[in-house]
Design a protein around this ligand. Structure first.
Ligand SMILES: Cc1cc2nc3c(=O)[nH]c(=O)nc-3n(C[C@H](O)[C@H](O)[C@H](O)COP(=O)(O)O)c2cc1C
Length: 66
């Protein structure tokens, strides 16, 4: 049973199904930041050479929902 008061951290790497351009990356980031802020989730998103690395930190239920 997860402790709702603890912060959890999720780190993953994924391959983009196609090349991602800045033009599509910025709206994605804006959406993600907006949603994450509401859900008390922080983190970072890196994109390079067709791969994403994302770090997400927040309460377990919020991370599972995301
Ligand atoms: C690599 C990657 C990371 C994402 N990270 C988040 C995130 O942290 N929070 C979030 O709400 N959405 C995240 N999203 C989802 C985007 O904000 C957006 O909802 C998704 O790309 C679909 O956009 P669309 O509904 O406009 O097609 C992520 C999407 C991708 C591809």
């Amino acid at each position: 049973m997860p402790d709702l008061h603890l912060l959890y951290c999720l780190i993953y790497c994924s391959n983009a199904s196609r090349a991602v351009h800045e033009v599509t990356l910025f709206p994605l980031l804006r959406k993600a930041r907006h949603y994450n802020q509401q859900a008390n989730i922080s983190g970072l998103l890196l994109y390079a050479n067709g791969q994403f690395l994302q770090v997400l930190e927040g309460p377990e239920p919020a991370l599972s929902d995301l």
